[in-house]
Design a protein around this ligand. Structure first.
Ligand SMILES: [Zn+2]
Length: 326
């Protein structure tokens, strides 16, 4: 049996719904915002039986008819945020709003054929036999990921009128994903931050093949940007609602500065591949292919920023890329 629905009205007409995830973090928060008798849903959770049952239970608990949800706005395309957008679009007859880069990424996830062994090997990750490689995401996620095609594409500074004097301002915050958006509810001053500004953990920021060239630079820039907003309350996708987005943004900027400097120390001693730096910088198991992959691309994001700052050099020899600190 799925757990009892958990929903909480955090202020008038803003409801936080906790949905279960089959992985860590084990909960994702989605938010319902009322305007008149219509509701807007921000993010959807993962398309598992437990999550859908919890969401339906929450709607019953609060007394919301699914058809009263007219709008579904995504912070980003990841499976725990956008995974049920297809089914909920049908259920509610809602219109889906997403940033174009997230819409593209949602389609691309279904088309990744297999582990990108060449990319990993170029950055020092040992090649393993096919049966130990990562499965394509479409096989790994299966039915958990049922993304909707968007009805509307959103862009930085767009103002989405919800009715009854409320609106959502789109704040494009690339970094965790290229088209990640925070949403500022006006006039209430409630900032829905997706994964950008989590209270306890840092989101993954990685240099993915074919993605933006300086994702950590983008992420840090997005933290400078959100500090300029006026918000009273921060609503994250994982963890509790909190105040003071500026303080948390500064902490996250600082966290990555320290991590970057630790990596710089390592590559000052001798040239290293991103994989070698990752083994030292992250507490990962070398035989856990998923951890190795995530840590290597996150390390690359830091090394590439160091290179752009003029503090590291990159050279490639015999098809392997190494970084050296200056
Ligand atoms: Zn995410």
């Amino acid at each position: 049996m799925p757990e009892a629905a958990k929903a909480r009205e955090i202020l008038d007409g803003v409801v936080q719904v906790y949905l279960p995830l089959p992985m860590r973090p084990s909960i994702v928060n989605v938010y319902l915002v009322r305007a008149g008798d219509r509701w807007t849903l921000i993010d959807t959770g993962m398309n598992t039986e437990d999550s859908v049952a919890a969401f339906r239970g929450a709607l019953d608990e609060i007394g919301i008819d699914p058809h009263a949800i007219g709008r579904l706005v995504a912070t980003h395309h990841h499976v725990d945020h956008f995974g049920t957008s297809g089914p909920y679009r049908e259920l509610a007859h809602a219109e889906v709003y997403t940033h174009p880069l997230e819409a593209q990424a949602a389609v691309a996830i279904g088309q990744i054929p297999a582990e990108n062994t060449a990319y990993l090997a170029r950055h020092g990750v040992p090649v393993v036999p096919p049966d130990r490689r990562l499965p394509p995401p479409s096989r790994f996620f299966g039915t958990w990921y049922a993304p909707a095609e968007p009805d509307h594409l959103i862009a930085d500074e767009d103002e989405l009128p919800l009715g009854d004097g409320r609106s959502l301002q789109v704040v494009w915050t690339p970094g965790h994903t290229p088209g990640h958006c925070c949403l500022l509810l006006r006039p209430d001053g409630v900032l829905f931050v997706g994964d950008h500004l989590l209270p306890k953990i840092t989101p993954h920021v990685g240099l993915w093949p074919g993605g933006p060239e300086n994702p950590l630079g983008d992420f840090l820039g997005s933290h400078e940007k959100v500090q300029k907003l006026d918000a009273k309350l921060v609503c994250p996708a994982h963890g509790a609602v909190y105040e003071d987005h500026r303080r948390r943004a500064r902490q996250l900027i600082d966290f990555h500065r320290v991590r970057k400097l630790a990596m710089l120390e390592l590559i000052r001693r001798r040239p290293l591949t991103a994989y070698e730096v990752a083994l030292d910088a992250f507490a990962i198991a070398a035989d856990n292919r998923f951890q190795v992959f995530m840590a290597t691309v996150e390390t690359l994001a830091h090394l590439e920023l160091l290179r752009r700052e003029g503090r590291a050099l990159r050279h490639e020899q015999d098809g392997v890329v190494r970084y050296q600190g200056r």
